[in-house]
Design a protein around this ligand. Structure first.
Ligand SMILES: Cc1cc2nc3c(=O)[nH]c(=O)nc-3n(C[C@H](O)[C@H](O)[C@H](O)COP(=O)(O)O)c2cc1C
Length: 304
């Protein structure tokens, strides 16, 4: 018997596999395909204060071993998420979840955090700081240590649940931003969000996605995720949830060796809706193959 249980801020997960925000909805579509209670947890779709209809279409561009999306945080807004989506989610998933929240101002983050903090099933609040700050020329909160720290501090002041800040990889120094969030009180760090990318259609000579650029994710970004998790692990003491291009149980082990306590799976769910189930089922075999008895023993193992 191998031990796949890991602990995030006092919450025990049966395994470290967590579908990433925006790629698993609120779980109920996937629950029609398999019992999603085998998951360690999942991070539901990014929620903003008001409903968002998202960006114009087309919003997706296929790439070699990955995809570009410019969905634009489409979601029904906090009120409807609480009154309609979370009750449906609760029927199919019976473990604590990660509530992914977004905002275009510090006030919006505070509103979302305060509201979602009251929801019983929310175990961790995951704050996506990749959004543009409308009060500061649209620069993303996640690209400045000061702005990321400001959001962290403000959210921590109105919540009682663990707060994980989800970082953008579109920065020069990810370590400075992670450290600023930890110093501001973050209970954990999630990384990485999508990398900015772009494709051009040769037939039209124009960008493939209507918004021109979008977030690049999927298998191709995995080495970037490993590098960033490794760097951040050296600099912070709080737990890290690693993600970016994970599609196999081997990838989970590799990100944990880099320093992740748990691992999220994003684009792979869109390629194969059974991706997380397959990873969870393969994990004990991969652990045995590499002589790993307990996943907790390998967290940050590559640093020793
Ligand atoms: C279609 C799509 C929608 C996403 N929506 C969100 C979101 O609402 N909030 C968020 O923090 N990240 C969002 N992400 C980013 C993922 O959660 C994840 O960080 C990123 O895709 C890297 O992981 P992957 O390579 O496994 O997809 C989205 C990604 C995709 C592909």
């Amino acid at each position: 018997m191998v031990n796949t249980k890991v602990i995030l801020s006092g919450i025990t997960l049966d395994n470290p596999v967590i579908p990433a925000s925006g790629t698993f909805g609120y779980g109920y579509e996937f629950a029609e395909l398999y019992d999603i209670n085998i998951l360690g947890s999942f991070s539901f779709k990014g929620t903003t204060k008001e409903p968002r209809f998202g960006n114009p279409t087309p919003r997706i561009a296929e790439c070699t071993e990955g995809m570009i999306n410019s969905v634009g945080l489409q979601n029904p807004g906090m009120e409807k998420v609480i009154s309609e989506e979370l009750p449906k989610m609760k029927k199919v998933f019976h473990k604590p979840v990660l509530a992914n929240i977004s905002g275009f101002s510090v006030e919006e983050y505070v509103y979302c955090a305060e509201r979602i903090n009251e929801e019983e099933q929310v175990g961790i609040i995951e704050v996506n700081v990749s959004c543009p700050n409308v009060h500061h020329g649209g620069m993303s909160f996640g690209t400045s240590p000061e702005a990321a720290a400001e959001v962290t501090k403000a959210v921590k002041a109105v919540t009682t649940k663990p707060v994980y800040i989800k970082l953008s990889p579109n920065v020069t120094d990810i370590v400075a931003i992670a450290k600023a969030c930890e110093d501001a009180g973050a209970d954990g760090i999630s990384l990485i969000n999508t990398l900015m990318g772009m494709r051009i259609d040769l037939k039209t000579g124009k960008p493939v996605v209507a918004n021109k650029m979008g977030g690049f994710s999927g298998k191709a970004i995995f080495p970037v995720a490993v590098r960033m998790v490794y760097q951040v692990y050296e600099a912070v003491k709080v737990p890290i949830i690693g993600m970016g291009g994970v599609s196999t149980a081997e990838d989970v082990v590799e990100l944990m060796l880099a320093g992740a306590t748990a691992v999220q799976v994003g684009a792979a769910n869109l390629v194969d809706p059974f991706a997380c189930k397959n990873i969870i089922e393969a994990l004990p075999h991969v652990m045995k193959k590499y002589g790993i008895k307990d996943l907790n023993h390998i967290i940050g193992g590559a640093h020793k």
